[in-house]
Ligand binder design. Structure first.
Ligand code: ZN
Length: 345
């Protein structure tokens, strides 16, 4: 089970060194697009630590990872009535509660993403916000660019996305649709090793962030049928500092995988093989980090923890309880440190 006593009982105003790391292998389940300006994002880096040749890898920027996870959590908060479904009201329509938080007619706080953050919900407190002059809160969830385990050449496919006319044809009155464009896609079963670091959140807020990671399915540019991913949870590490980076993790794992007899750099990497290699690598990588590890939750203990968490969240009452606990902790932090700051101005 997760050592919940490791987590602070309230979110502290200053960094206190409670680091909870979520170690993942992200796996694309369908063709995906992690792109800027129409091109897949890539980086030229060393393949491994011992395999020091340079290769091009597909990259998944930080926001491409955290935004879908935030949005999943926010959807749940609205579903359970803890945050309003309304967008921010302007001028005389704007009503606030005694904490100065904008509310809807039912009294639920309005939290309009990137427009008017409520500053008090689990999303605002955990992932942070910036509202111009009206204040900001640093994110307590850290993530970094993730790199594909396999090289760009074996991890992408270029194909044309057809946008047919309503009759299913590609031409109308003799003219062929111009709604066709050639596009590089990330192949299904491409793996992205990733670490998400949660600092100084309470146990309920950590479970909120973890739940978002386990629930999020859609990443990158997407249609209804593309862009899905599975996040394989390899372990949770509770420590007094930061651990290895995504790139370091990717390169070590690559060395491990490239050392197996069936490895072919031109072929996709077996997911099962990469998962078991990553699991056996985790304690070794942690052993090389200069942090005191209070708990490494892996293997059967991790499975028990996830089964238990799953049993709770599969019932609406259990999910509601978890979210209420997260709201209790985020609103306490708002009352103690954010609301006061705002009034001091
Ligand atoms: Zn909010």
């Amino acid at each position: 089970m997760l050592t919940t006593t490791f987590f602070p009982t309230s979110v502290p105003p200053r960094p206190m060194g409670h680091y909870a790391h979520i170690v993942l292998l992200r796996e694309t389940d369908s063709y995906s697009l992690f792109q800027t300006d129409g091109e897949l994002n890539t980086a030229r880096v060393h393949a491994g630590i011992t395999h020091d040749e340079l290769i091009t890898r597909i990259t998944m920027f930080k926001r491409k990872q955290t935004t879908p996870e935030r949005l999943i959590g926010r959807e749940l908060l609205r579903h359970y009535g803890l945050v309003s479904g309304d967008s921010a009201a302007e001028g005389k329509d704007r009503k606030t509660d005694d904490r100065g938080v904008a509310i809807d007619p039912a009294g639920r706080p309005i939290c309009d993403y990137n427009v008017d953050f409520c500053k008090q919900c689990p999303d605002c407190v955990s992932y942070g916000f910036a509202i111009g002059d009206a204040g900001s809160e640093k994110s307590k969830v850290y993530s970094d660019t993730a790199y594909s385990l396999s090289a760009f050449d074996s991890s992408h496919e270029s194909f044309t996305l057809n946008a047919p006319y309503e009759g299913g044809t590609m031409s109308r009155k003799g003219e062929v649709t111009s709604r066709i464009n050639e596009q590089d896609h990330v192949r299904p079963q491409t793996l992205f090793p990733a670490v998400i670091t949660v600092r100084d959140l309470t146990a309920p807020l950590f479970l909120y962030v973890l739940g978002n990671v386990l629930r999020a399915r859609r990443y990158g540019a997407q249609t209804t049928r593309t862009g899905t991913m599975t996040n394989h949870l390899l372990g949770i590490v509770l420590a007094d500092g930061e651990i290895f980076s995504n790139l370091h993790f990717t390169q070590h794992l690559y060395d491990h995988v490239a050392g197996t007899p069936d490895f072919d750099p031109n072929q996709p990497i077996s997911v099962d093989m990469a998962l078991s290699a990553a699991r056996s690598l985790l304690p070794t990588l942690l052993g090389a980090d200069r942090v005191a590890v209070q708990q490494l939750l892996v293997g059967a203990d991790l499975s028990h923890f996830l089964d238990d968490l799953g049993a709770r969240t599969r019932a609406e009452s259990g999910m509601g309880e978890l979210l209420h606990a997260a709201v209790r902790d985020s609103t306490a932090y708002h009352a103690a440190y954010i609301q006061k700051k705002g009034r001091g101005k």
